[in-house]
Design a protein around this ligand. Structure first.
Ligand SMILES: [Zn+2]
Length: 392
C-alpha cells in the first residue's frame, strides 16, 4: 500500500470549515497525503511530508470527488426520439418509462452490465467518485433482481426502485402491483440493495401506495429515498419527512409547508437540474430551500428518458444559472450535499480520515465549474488514493 502526495494545490476545497475559509474550508498553496484509501495529512504545500508517489497539481484547484446520489444507470435502449418530440412541444409524463422497461426486460444481463459500466466510467471521467445506482426498469421480481445485481457490480449505493411506475401488465391494478413490490419483489431485492425509493407523483404511486412500499422496505432494513414533487404539487416531500427518508429528490413543485418540513428534518432535498433541463420544465428555486435551512444536494438523475447526463459540472452550472445557488453552494451540494443524501460521513470532504477521493481541475478555482459551462475541466481523478483518470 503506497502513499500519494498531492501537492502544489493552488486552491483546495476541503468542505471542512475547520480547515480553511468559509463553508468550503478553502486553503491556498495546499497539499494532501493519501494512504490506504484515506486522507492522512492536509496542510501547506511547503510543509508536506514525503510520500511514495507524487502528483504535482501545478497550481490547479482540487476538490472532493463528486457524490452523485441519484442515477438510473441500468437500462437498455435510448429515448432520443422522445426527447426530440418533447423539444418540439410535447410534455413529459411518467409513462415514457414503460419504453425503457420493455427494452430492459428484453436485454441480456451482459448488455445491461456493459451499458451501465460505460455510464459509470463516463461519470468517473467527469469527477464522480461515489455513485448511487437504482433499479426500476425491470419491474418484475426477476428483472429487478437482475438490475440490482448489475448495480451492485458498480457501487455499494444500490437502490431498489420497483415502485418506479406501474408496468403495463398491471394497468388499472396499481394496488396489486404495489403489493407485489412491497412483498415478493422486496424480499428478493432487499439483500441486493442499501436503499429503497418510490416515485410518488401523479402517473406513478400515490401517498398510501408509497407509504406501503417504504414502510415494508424499512422493516427489511433498507434506508429510504423518495422521488417527490417532480411533476406537480403532491404528498411526496411530506411522506419523505414523515418516514425520515435520507432524501427527497426533484422537489420541483413545493408548497411553503413542504419547505418548512424539509427545513426541520434530516431529509436532504436533492435537486436534479438535468431533469428540468431535458423536460423543459420550470426549475425549482434552490435559493428558497437554502434560505429555509434545508440541506441541498445536486445529482445527475442520469436516465435515458428525462436526464441523459452523468456530468455533475453541467448540473452545477445549471443550478447556479437557473436555481439560485451560488457557485460555492453548488459545489458543496454536488460533493458534501450528495454525501449527506447518502448519509455518508466518509465522502464529500477532504479532511483527515475521509476517503481519498479527489478531483484535480484544469482551473485555478472551483468557481470555474459554473463559470466555464460545458468545458471539460477535469484534469485528473483520484479514487481510493489511486489516480484513476489522468487527462493532463
Ligand atoms: Zn430519478
Amino acid at each position: 500500500m503506497t502513499s500519494l502526495l498531492l501537492d502544489r494545490i493552488g486552491q483546495l476545497v476541503t468542505n471542512d470549515p475547520s480547515l480553511g475559509d468559509g463553508p468550503l474550508g478553502l486553503r491556498r498553496d495546499a497539499a494532501l497525503v493519501l494512504h490506504a484509501g484515506r486522507v492522512v495529512w492536509v496542510g501547506a504545500s511547503a510543509d508536506a511530508p514525503a510520500a511514495d508517489r507524487r502528483l504535482d497539481a501545478e497550481g490547479r484547484c482540487v476538490i472532493p470527488g463528486f457524490v452523485d446520489s441519484h442515477t438510473h444507470l441500468v437500462f437498455a435502449g435510448d429515448r432520443a426520439a422522445e426527447f426530440a418530440a418533447r423539444m418540439a412541444g410535447r410534455p413529459y409524463a411518467a409513462g415514457g418509462i414503460a419504453t425503457t422497461v420493455a427494452a430492459t426486460r428484453a436485454a441480456s444481463s451482459v448488455d445491461l452490465r456493459s451499458g451501465a459500466a460505460a455510464l459509470a466510467e463516463e461519470a468517473l471521467r467527469a469527477g464522480t467518485t461515489t455513485i448511487e445506482v437504482k433499479s426500476g426498469y425491470g419491474l418484475t421480481v426477476a428483472d429487478e433482481v437482475r438490475c440490482l445485481e448489475v448495480a451492485g457490480g458498480l457501487t455499494g449505493e444500490t437502490t431498489f426502485l420497483g415502485a418506479h411506475v406501474v408496468p403495463p401488465e398491471y394497468a388499472g391494478r396499481s394496488d396489486d402491483y404495489t403489493a407485489l413490490v412491497a412483498g415478493e419483489m422486496l424480499s428478493a431485492c432487499a439483500p441486493l440493495a442499501r436503499w429503497a425509493d418510490v416515485f410518488c407523483d401523479r402517473g406513478a404511486f400515490d401517498a398510501d401506495q408509497a407509504r406501503t412500499v417504504l414502510s415494508a422496505a424499512r422493516v427489511a432494513g433498507l434506508g429510504l429515498r423518495v422521488h417527490a414533487n417532480q411533476l406537480g404539487p403532491g404528498p411526496g416531500v411530506a411522506l419523505a419527512v414523515e418516514l425520515d427518508a435520507a432524501s427527497a429528490d426533484h422537489c420541483t413543485h413545493l408548497s411553503d409547508a413542504d419547505v418548512d418540513l424539509l427545513g426541520d428534518s434530516d431529509t436532504v432535498a436533492t435537486l436534479l437540474p438535468g431533469a428540468e433541463f431535458a423536460t423543459r420544465a420550470a426549475y425549482p428555486s434552490g435559493r428558497r430551500l437554502l434560505d429555509a435551512g434545508v440541506t441541498v444536494a445536486l445529482a445527475s438523475d442520469c436516465n435515458p428518458g428525462s436526464s441523459y447526463t452523468t456530468n455533475l459540472p453541467f448540473c452545477i452550472a445549471v443550478a447556479v444559472r437557473e436555481m439560485g445557488l451560488t457557485p460555492d453552494e453548488a459545489v458543496w451540494a454536488a460533493t458534501a450535499g450528495g454525501a449527506r443524501a447518502l448519509r455518508r460521513s466518509d465522502v464529500g470532504h477532504l479532511a483527515v480520515g475521509g476517503r481519498a477521493d479527489a478531483v484535480v481541475l484544469d482551473a485555478p478555482r472551483h468557481l470555474h465549474l459554473a463559470y466555464r459551462p460545458g468545458v471539460p475541466l477535469v484534469h485528473s481523478v483520484v479514487r481510493g488514493g489511486d489516480v484513476v483518470v489522468a487527462n493532463g
